[in-house]
Every structure is written in C-alpha cells, then in structure tokens.
Design a protein around this ligand. Structure first.
Ligand code: ZN
Length: 168
C-alpha cells in the first residue's frame, strides 16, 4: 500500500459507502443496494457540500455530514412548477403523475429533467425542480477506496468506475 494515495484530494477517484437520510429520518438513497459510489474528487461530479466535506478524509474513515440545500440540489424554485399545454406532448405517450420527462430548453437547447406533478384538463403541470430541492441532506459516509484518476477520467471530469453508467 502506498500511504500517499489514501487521502481524498483533488484528481483522486474516491469510493464511498453512504446512506442518505432526509431531516425527517427517511432513508432516500444508500450504497447498500448497488455497492459503493465511485466519483472523481474536485470536478463537481457530486454535490459541492459533500465534496468539500470529504476532502482530506482517509480510507476507512467514517463521517456524518449535513448538507444544506444551497450546497446540495438548491432551494425549491416555484417557477420550476409550470403548466404545459396538452399538445406539447405526443398523443401516443400515456402520461401519468410522477412520470419523468426530458424537456429541452428552447433558448439554450439544454436538456432539463422534469417530472409530471399533475394532469389537468387544461394541460400538464410539470416540475423541473430536482426531487431533493429544498432538502437538507444527512449523509453517513465511509471512505472505502482512493486512487489516482486515469488521464481519461481527468479529461472527462468523472470516474470510470465499474458498474456505473458512462454518460457523455
Ligand atoms: Zn468518461
């Protein structure tokens, strides 16, 4: 083992076990099901509040981290809640509340993730807020691995871990 490589710092690929709990105690995400999360430190691959709190931790170390919305998924934006006309949707798609949608911003061409909040006779109410917007997040984290990133990972700005989707 090379001790120099075992501390979380920029350009290192970090593996964490974690449990994410909301303020009311509800567990909303955990590495227990799919195994540890692997990410590239210092490149904004994970939320800023978590990335900052993990910096400097060692392999094997555990920590409880509380992240406020401004350093997580942002405050809830009431303007993100809007009514779209029915003819904006394809007839052949069966729409249901809670369904995830990929919208495209007409000005920027950027893809926006949204979900259907409500189906009304005059249109579809969609919510573009992240489902964790406005939430204070409580993480229980254990560092289970740290390694230097590969050149390709640094170029892409994310870890190329096994078992994770590779988006470009
Ligand atoms: Zn990549």
């Amino acid at each position: 083992m090379n001790g120099k490589n075992l501390v979380v710092s920029d350009d290192m690929v970090v593996r964490i076990e974690y449990t994410l709990t909301l303020a009311d105690g509800e567990v909303v995400d955990s590495s227990a099901a799919e195994g540890p999360l692997e990410y590239l430190q210092g490149h904004g691959e994970i939320i800023p509040g978590l990335e900052a709190a993990l910096f400097g931790m060692s392999v094997g170390e555990e920590k409880e981290i509380v992240v406020t919305p401004d350093l997580a998924y942002g405050e809830y934006d009431p303007d993100g809640y809007q009514l779209l006309p029915l003819d904006a949707f394809d007839d052949d798609v069966e729409l249901e509340p809670g369904m995830a949608l990929d919208l495209v911003d007409e000005e920027t061409g950027e893809e926006i993730e949204a979900f259907i909040a409500e189906i009304r006779p005059d249109g579809i109410v969609v919510d573009t807020n992240h489902w964790l917007a406005g939430e204070t997040l409580h993480f229980k984290v254990k560092i289970v691995g740290v390694r230097p990133a590969l050149p390709e990972e640094l170029e892409h700005g994310h870890a190329h871990g096994d078992g994770h989707e590779h988006h470009h």
